[in-house]
Design a protein around this ligand. Sequence first.
Ligand code: URA
Length: 210
Amino acid sequence: MSKHLTVVDHPLVQHKLTLMREKDTSTASFRRLLREISLLLAYEVTREMQMTTKRIETPLCEMDAPVIEGKKLALVSILRAGNGLMDGILELIPAARVGFIGLYRDEATLKPVQYYNKLPEQMGDRLTIVVDPMLATGNSSAAAIDLVKASGAKDIRFLCLLAAPEGVARMAEAHPDVPVITASLDQRLDDRGYIVPGLGDAGDRMFGTK
Ligand code: URA
């Protein structure tokens, strides 16, 4: 995957995203749509996985059949909203190894501070997909990818639902080697750091909090 930014403009993705954006969409519908959309995005983000063949026997004959090469992939969720996006992907790739990174923003320095970091072993040998629905300023995403790289990961992708131009620019500057896959490149950030037009607070909408 060579492009830094890929917008998945598939009609099903775009239709479901519109339903998710609507402010009156219920928590239950939002969750269902997120699960469905994450399956479609998982399809795109894994498109260029390395393949090999294995010798199998069908009821008719032997063949060299395609299988995914190498170690199980690693999914890394940025807490807490990343979990909603990860659940659907795990349905499609149930053998994936899973990691979690928790970051909060220090109100004095405005810098992300790590409070949790648990990643799978042998990250250097795995395709790693870092998931967070909202790429807003890009500060926490870039910091999460710093941690993933520190664990040895080399082949990394970042998957989100919505991206702001500011977040994409930050990621391109901090991690030009990490492709970003999103369902939409939105217009801008507002002065509270929300993506516009966006969908509001992704965590609140998927967990029914305020
Ligand atoms: N995080 C969210 O949940 N929503 C935004 O719009 C920006 C960051």
